[in-house]
Write a protein that binds this ligand. Structure first.
Ligand SMILES: [Zn+2]
Length: 459
């Protein structure tokens, strides 16, 4: 008996802790699910603007069944701004809720301008065992008044590929301002503090066509993200034709260029090879030039017109349209490109001088289709580019003038004969260099507006 009993009690002794352990584990697991398997919400706005709110909801292994978002004012008035009963199954739910056209919401925010409003998210979610409600609240200050734009001054016109200027003031709450030509290019100002406000001067171009709808859009944005857009009429004077030229490609010469640019050794150049060079490589090269010429040096480094390469002729104009075919096969146009600079032809290995005062910002022994290149910064976002050079005599950071010999012309890169491909860039955008050879034009478009702008500070 005693023996049996002992056996029995041994069994109980082994079984009981196991049950306790299982119960304890279940308790921990359910507790874990209850406390940790719930969604989280992050409101990304720092202030409440008239634009909208952005929030990110993390699902955290739950199933989100509905989302409601409210604004709650200091005196507890609620305004629903969003509601969805969709089953959200993505791990991360990004909600961008614009309300700039919702007058009810804007009216609510206007009443609470400069006050605190709670952004309340109410989520119904299901985790493994049960449905629950999750509420998150974030207090934000309301700022729906956009900055102001005033005192606009411009002569209101440009030429094709030409330069324009616009001056305007913005209110003290302005955090960022720029102009948009509607053709994909943005231009940023140099800015001065003028009493309480900011004075801005922007040099711009509509690129090689008129600004979209003949308008330049001035944007002013505040800390909260409120945007004021003001459209200014800009007339584009069509002073040039878009010449179209057709270029027969000598296959063997292009093959040699290809092998040089890509450090390759192909025997026959196919259409794809040419396109690799004229499209892919060109895009890469242009992006690199854009990056180098985007920055706005805050002061003007030049004070006179630019000098064209001595004894040279413009052999190819800005914005010329080039159609390429392989020699002997004129019916098959294999590519079309605009020429975003001018070609200057002189003697072979002609000396190249800096066209005006500036600082060397880039020297390149092999910038793809551009070959050996020098880029000079002239201040205020203006740069000049010298390409296809055979030799380079300057280094980065060198201060240069019209007396500085920077290199010699050549045929490096994708050039058929010895010439200088000369470009002027404004904030990364190529514009027509010919305007820069004209002192009167620079007076009207750069020197006088700049002088007037600088004097604003003194008044
Ligand atoms: Zn060229």
């Amino acid at each position: 008996m005693v023996r049996r009993k002992r056996v029995f009690s041994d069994n109980r002794f082994n079984f009981f802790p196991l049950i306790i352990l299982i119960l304890f584990s279940v308790f921990i697991y359910v507790g874990y699910v209850f406390f940790f398997n719930k969604p989280s919400v992050k409101v990304e706005n720092k202030l409440l603007s008239s634009g909208g709110i952005n929030s990110v909801i993390e699902r955290n292994d739950t199933l989100i069944k509905s989302v409601e978002i409210y604004f709650v004012s200091e005196n507890k008035i609620e305004k629903k701004i969003y509601e969805s009963n969709e089953n959200f199954i993505n791990e991360e739910i990004i909600l961008n809720i614009p309300y700039q056209n919702d007058n009810e919401i804007l009216k609510f925010l206007k009443k609470n301008e400069n006050k605190e409003v709670i952004v309340k998210h109410k989520l119904i979610y299901e985790n493994i065992f049960f449905d629950s409600e999750y509420v998150s609240e974030k207090k934000l200050n309301v700022d729906i008044l956009p900055p102001r734009i005033f005192n606009i001054e411009t002569d209101g016109y440009t030429y094709i590929g030409g330069l324009g200027f616009i001056m305007y003031d913005t209110s003290p709450d302005t955090e960022k301002t720029f102009v948009d030509n509607g053709n994909g290019d943005l231009f940023f100002p140099i800015t001065l503090k003028n009493n309480e406000n900011f004075s801005n001067l922007v040099f711009f171009s509509c690129s090689n066509k008129p600004c979209a709808n003949n308008k330049l859009i001035i944007n002013a944005i505040d800390k909260a993200g409120n945007v004021l857009k003001f459209s200014q009429k800009i007339r584009t004077i069509k002073n040039k034709k878009w010449d179209t030229i057709t270029i027969p490609l000598p296959r063997e010469l292009i093959r040699n260029k290809f092998n040089m640019i890509f450090n390759d050794n192909i025997e026959v150049l196919e259409k794809e090879d040419f396109l690799k060079m004229n499209i892919d490589e060109r895009i890469q090269n242009d992006n690199k030039i854009k990056k180098i010429t985007e920055a706005i040096h805050p002061s003007l480094l030049f004070d006179s017109s630019f000098k064209q390469l001595s004894n040279s002729k413009v052999s190819s104009k800005y914005s010329e349209k080039r159609r390429y075919y392989f020699r002997g096969n004129p019916k098959e146009i294999i590519d079309t490109k605009f020429h975003y600079g001018i070609d200057l032809s002189s003697i072979k290995n002609a000396p190249v001088y800096s066209s005006e005062k500036g600082e060397v910002v880039h020297v390149d022994d092999s910038l793809g289709i551009y070959g050996k290149v020098v880029i000079i910064n002239h201040g205020l976002g203006f740069y000049s580019l010298y390409s296809h050079l055979s030799d380079i005599f300057v280094q980065i950071d060198d201060k240069v003038s019209k007396k500085t010999k920077i290199g010699t012309t050549g045929t490096t890169g994708f050039a058929f004969g010895d010439h200088l491909h000369y470009g002027i860039y404004l904030q990364g955008i190529p514009i027509d260099p010919v305007e820069f050879f004209d002192k009167n034009y620079l007076n009207i478009k750069i020197f006088e507006p700049y002088k007037k702008f600088i004097n604003k500070k003194k008044n």
